[in-house]
Structure formats: C-alpha cells, structure tokens
Design a protein around this ligand. Structure first.
Ligand SMILES: Cc1ncc(C[n+]2csc(CCOP(=O)(O)OP(=O)(O)O)c2C)c(N)n1
Length: 564
C-alpha cells in the first residue's frame, strides 16, 4: 500500500502502542502535522516550549514504563529539546523523539532553521538516526522503540527531512529487528550469581543499594523477596526511591550528599554492598577513594560499561536486575542479621535525619510532610532541582512503585512543571503533585497554559523561598554567605499568575493554612498552584560536601544551636 513518510511515521507509532505525543510544529515538520488528523487515535498535546515536550515525554515514560514521544521542528525547535533529551539520557528514560529537518537537497547549505541535530544529540542519545528515504521510516521507528526500551533504556532521536515526510513509497512493515552488535545481556552469568549468593550468605552486615534499575526492570517483588528472606536493609538512591516501600521495616532511606545520615553511615559500616541497577554516582559516593572501603561489592547492572566505572567491584553481574534477582534469590539462604539491624536502629536514633524541626514558622519540610500525609503517600510527586527536591525526597513517604519522578543525573531545573504534566497524562487516575522551586517553576511555567487547555489537573506546590535556594545554601556554607546572583527580589505574584492562566491559585504564609489549602487544591477540578511562602534561608541537612567522605558530613544543628 502506498503511503507517504508522514503517514508511515504515524502508523508506525500506533503499531508501537503510542497514544500520546507532546510537540510543537514548525516548517520542517509541518507535513507530519498536517497528516495527524488522519490518525485520531494519536493524541497530540501542543506544548508552549519544546523543552516542555521533552520533559513531559520523560515524565510520561517514568510513570508508565513505556517510551514517551516528543516531536519538534528543525533548528530551534530541535535544540529546545536538548535539555530534555540529556535529562532522559542521564536517567535512562525511554523516549523517542522525532524532529523535522530541512529538505534533503538543502542539508549542509545552512538553510533556514537547519541544525545538525543528530550531531548535537549524538552524546546525549542512546542512538539517533537521520532518515533519508521514506522507505526506511517503518524500520527505523521500530528500531528506535526497541533501542529506547530494551537493555539500559534511553532516548532515541529520529531526524526526518521535510521532503521525506511527503515522499510516497510502498510500505513494508518489518516483523523482526536485526541489530547486529546490539544484544543487551539480560541473564546474569550463573557463576557470578553463585559467587554473589555465597558472599550474601556469609555477610554479617550487608546493605542493598537499590537504584533506578530496580524500577526500570520492575524488580519490586524480587527486591522485596531478597531483602526479607535474608533480612537485608535497603538503601534506595534518589531515583531508586519508590522501588522499595519507604514504610517497610527494612527500608533505611536515601544515602549520599543530602541523604539520611544513618543511611550513609550504614553503607560505611557494611561488610557487603549489593548494588542493584545503580551507578555509584558522585552524589552517593562523595570521594570514591574513601567510599565504603570496608565492604565487598556486588554490582548488578544491565549496562556493562557501568561496572567498575566509578567503584571497583568484587562480583560483577551484567544483566537485568529482575532476572538476576530471580536467579539469585533461589541461592540466598534465609538469615536474620539481628545485630546488624539493631546497629542500624542505633544509627537512626543517634542521627535523626528525618525529623521536621519544631517551629511556628512555615518551613518547607513541614509542607512536604503535610502533602505526604494529605495524600496518604499515594500521589505521584514530580520535583524540580534544588532544595525542594531534596526535601521532597526526604519527607514524602514513597510506598508505591514509580511515585517519585525527578531529574537525578542531569539535575535539570524546570523539570517540575512539564515533567508533572507528562506524569499526569500517563497516570490520569493518580493525584500528581509537582513540588517546585520558585526558580525552576519560572523556567517552564508556560506549560500551565498547556495543562489548562488540555485539562491536566496537576497540583503544584511552589516552595517559594525567593532564592535559587540550593545555590544560596552552597554560598552560605562554602562562600561565607556571599549571596551573589541567587536572590529573586521581584518574583511575580504566583496567585495572580495562576489565575491569569485559568488555574486555581492560593498563597500560604502560615502553618495553620497548609493542610486546608492542600485539600482545596486537590478538590479543584483542574491545575492548581499553591504558593507556599517558606522560610528563606532554611538549609537541607544532612550535607556531605561535594567530593568529600561521609566523615565530613554536616548534620542539622541540634535544637539549642539551631536558628529559630
Ligand atoms: C537548568 C539549570 N540551571 C542551573 C542549575 C543550578 N542549580 C541547581 S539548584 C539551583 C537552585 C534552584 O532554585 P529553585 O528552583 O528556586 O529551588 P530551591 O533550591 O530554592 O528549592 C540552581 C540554580 C540547574 N540545576 N539547572
């Protein structure tokens, strides 16, 4: 059957099960857009900025486990996607991005809106394509989805010149994919699994470090089985949060730069680390030469290039976390580790990181705790980057898989609004709270218009401290409180702004208004923005300064020395 390139793109997306696309048109991609009405099953959400499309596709993917899809035109449309693509790449998020390119004959001539987007995104995509013939589209899209969602997931970009969208060909739909050189190894090596099981069976102070790979491979039950069978405490990384229930007795909490002091100390005192789908990021390890030197290490990761990259390991296992755990669990013997679990309880008592300071003032930690309680820990929380992100990680109770969505690796401010939009589109059945900084919110707040237009009822809590708070904190601690370029003295009136967008808006300046305003926002049938005017110079504790070890950790000042 004869089809043009645009029709093949749409049909190929439908064949991959796509139901929604986030995008914004322009000249080079116009032929694809003009075909869209022929495919009413493809919901297109018109964003206000292409960065929003990429982050929304990413948020959608993180909560559904299915690749998110974003479209943009050539040149600035495509480059506006770059932050979103890099964000997905750093956090292994499956995404397929389609960009329009100038016509084939114009490529290389510096034509209007010509940008070498495959060149630009080469280091920030798992793979990318420039498709020069319509006959290739069906195969390329199938490959793109396969590559994006298998092995270690990631973003794949498909760049298509304008005249390829209009070229007509007899389309052949490939049944199979043959990619020599791309065969992710999912099944762990049996000899290594045996060695790992032996180490676990002999360990006296084991800790499981659970990363994003647990969520990506949906190893929730298998992780629980391992932890419970051998009574091993679980320390989830930022992106591993919600892969193991926060309210489980074996859940210790997030470690690292702003993690729970006791979680970092548990890693330090462990004699065995079982690292599952995590990559020993510098926010976890600090100084790698002094990180957990007293322990043996088992590292399970589907990406062989991660093994031994940052930290030397004793037992490397290349494979899908879920499949490896199925095999490993059969060989792990039941254990109790009573002394070790008691020791961790002692660490928790001595280093009470999770306490929210008693004060009449409106502090951000309190707001997060209230949102957690008001939603019974059942909402999806999407954050920006900065202090609010760390408080959201620390004080919300994540008990359901995929309930925390955050830019971990790239640390992209501005993720909070469009990321939440995508998450809500992916999970219309859930309450989605965006926990935003006043800085990050203003980077991508234009997408509130998109939410209003498309009835996407995200609730946004701006933790408004009038500062680029995390940077201010660094200036306070490392630069003698020299606040250069971190204060916002003229933020807009966020309530009026909400109303101007057609959303619900409210301001909270006092503790007593917190819970009722949260409930009001949730009762509103549409996007809602709450401006929580919080203490301006609150710090995130504990803090391990960058590149240092757990021994240099700065813990929250005890009540007598704390600011009032
Ligand atoms: C796009 C981008 N630019 C700059 C930074 C550096 N940065 C990290 S945290 C931060 C402050 C964030 O401020 P805000 O969004 O208000 O959140 P807060 O820390 O106050 O909670 C900045 C500027 C970043 N992470 N991302």
């Amino acid at each position: 059957m004869r089809r043009n390139g645009g029709q093949i793109v749409c049909e190929a997306l439908l064949r991959e099960g796509v139901d929604v696309i986030f995008g914004l048109p322009g000249g080079a991609i116009l032929p694809l857009y003009q075909i869209l009405p022929e495919f009413p099953e493809l919901r297109h959400i018109l964003v206000r900025h292409e960065q929003g499309a990429a982050h929304a596709a990413d948020g959608y993917a993180r909560v559904t486990g299915r690749p998110g899809v974003a479209w943009a035109t050539s040149g600035p449309g495509a480059t506006n996607l770059v932050t979103g693509i890099a964000t997905a790449q750093m956090d292994s998020v499956p995404m397929v991005v389609v960009t329009g390119q100038v016509g084939r004959a114009a490529i290389g001539s510096d034509a209007f809106q010509e940008t070498d987007i495959t060149g630009i995104t080469l280091p920030i995509t798992k793979h990318n394509y420039l498709v020069m013939h319509a006959s290739e589209i069906a195969g390329v899209i199938k490959e793109a989805f396969h590559i994006a969602s298998t092995g270690r997931p990631g973003p794949v970009l498909v760049d298509i010149p304008k005249d390829v969208f209009t070229e007509e060909v007899d389309v052949e739909w490939p049944d199979e994919i043959d990619l020599p050189g791309y065969k992710p190894n999912l099944q762990g090596h049996s000899g290594m699994i045996r060695r790992a099981a032996n180490l676990i069976n002999e360990a006296e102070r084991p800790v499981i470090l659970a990363g994003h790979g647990v969520i990506l491979s949906q190893a929730f039950d298998e992780l629980r089985e391992l932890a419970e069978k051998a009574q091993i405490p679980v320390v989830p990384t930022l992106l591993g949060l919600s892969g193991f229930p926060d309210d489980h007795v074996l859940c210790v909490g997030m470690p690292g730069m702003h993690g729970m002091a006791y979680a970092s100390l548990a890693i330090e005192e462990a004699d065995l680390l079982i690292a599952l789908g995590m990559r020993f990021d510098d926010r976890i390890t600090g100084d790698t030469s002094s990180f957990a030197t007293g322990s043996k290490k088992i590292h399970v990761d589907v990406d062989p290039s991660e093994i031994g990259k940052n930290i030397p390991v004793d037992v490397p296992i290349v494979g899908d976390v879920k499949r490896v755990l199925v095999d490993l669990n059969k060989r792990v013997q039941p254990s109790t580790h009573i002394d070790w679990l008691n020791r961790i309880e002692e660490l928790k008592r001595d280093h009470p990181s999770m306490l929210v300071r008693e004060t009449d003032k409106l502090i951000p930690q309190y707001v997060i705790k209230e949102i957690s309680e008001a939603t019974n820990g059942e909402a999806i929380v999407v954050t920006g980057v900065g202090q609010h992100q760390m408080w959201a990680a620390q004080h919300y109770s994540y008990n359901e898989p995929r309930s925390l969505v955050s830019s971990g690796g790239a640390g992209s401010m501005g993720y909070e609004v469009p990321g939440a939009m995508g998450a809500q589109v992916g999970r219309p059945d859930k309450v989605v709270w965006s926990v935003a900084g006043d800085g990050g919110f203003q980077m991508t707040m234009c997408e509130i218009a998109t939410m209003v237009e498309n009835h996407i009822p995200v609730k946004i809590a701006i933790l408004n401290n009038g500062f680029l708070g995390m940077v201010r904190q660094w200036q306070e601690i490392f630069y003698n409180s020299s606040y250069v370029a971190t204060g916002y003295s003229a933020n807009p009136d966020f309530v009026k702004l909400a109303e101007a967008f057609g959303a619900f808006g409210a301001r909270v300046t006092d503790k007593s208004q917190v819970r009722s305003t949260i409930m009001e926002a949730m009762a509103f049938d549409g996007p809602a923005i709450v401006d929580f005017v919080v203490e301006q110079e609150e710090n995130v504790y504990p803090m391990i300064p960058a590149g240092m070890s757990v021994r240099e950790m700065i813990e929250e000042p005890r009540p007598q020395e704390a600011r009032t």
